[in-house]
Design a protein around this ligand. Structure first.
Ligand code: PRP
Ligand code: ORO
Length: 182
């Protein structure tokens, strides 16, 4: 299947899951938007989840890095991709757990381990940067973040400032092409 066909299939799956909403929405790092990708609708849809796992696995075929998912939304994505690839994974919490282990990074991570971060949506890229910084503090080597949707609102520039390359399965331009053609 060509990359274009695969992107088309993924756009169709996100639309079929009713995950692309139009209206007025507040965003996590400030500002509003006239559209919102309800990640929990596509992440709880088995067809979309399978397509994402396959597409992430394809992108990750060139590395044997450990995977990391950014809580909460990317946890199902990293779990299904890790299972598809037979790879271990860790979870980057937004904040350290306040009791028990006190962990910010959950799962097994060794000093110097190479990690690729999986994320659902990148808007400003701040959530991805926070996760990379927590992983680096925990000893990981991280220079790559893969997201399902890059909203093209500055994330790749912010990540580049932190020596991280952003790759996406879909850009907002591709996701919204149908609406924008109307
Ligand atoms: O690129 P950014 O500007 O950081 O915005 C994108 C982030 O916001 C959303 O998460 P949200 O904060 O809704 O958290 P959740 O995964 O805990 O639901 C989304 O899943 C990204 O993690
Ligand atoms: O920036 C965000 O908060 C955000 C945008 C979006 O489209 N979807 C989402 O879950 N979060």
């Amino acid at each position: 299947m060509s990359d274009d066909d695969r992107r088309g299939e993924l756009v169709a799956a996100l639309r079929a899951a009713d995950a692309v909403k139009f209206g007025e929405f507040e965003l996590s790092h400030g500002g509003t938007s006239d559209y919102y990708v309800d990640k929990y609708l596509f992440e709880t849809d088995p067809d979309a989840l399978r397509l994402i796992a396959e597409a992430f696995a394809d992108r990750l075929a060139d590395t044997d890095a450990t995977l990391a998912g950014v809580a909460l939304g990317a946890v199902p994505l990293v779990a299904v991709t890790a299972a598809e690839m037979g790879r271990p994974y860790v979870i980057a919490r937004k904040q350290a757990k306040e009791y028990g282990t006190g962990n910010r990074i959950e799962g097994r991570l060794d000093e110097g381990e190479e990690v690729v971060v999986l994320e659902d949506i990148a808007t400003t890229g701040q959530s991805a940067v926070d996760a990379v910084e927590a992983l680096r503090e925990a000893g990981a080597t991280v220079d790559r973040v893969l997201v399902v949707v890059d909203r093209e609102e500055g994330a790749s520039e912010l990540l580049a400032d932190h020596d991280i390359e952003l790759e996406s399965l879909l850009t907002a331009t591709e996701l919204l092409a149908e609406r924008d053609a109307e």
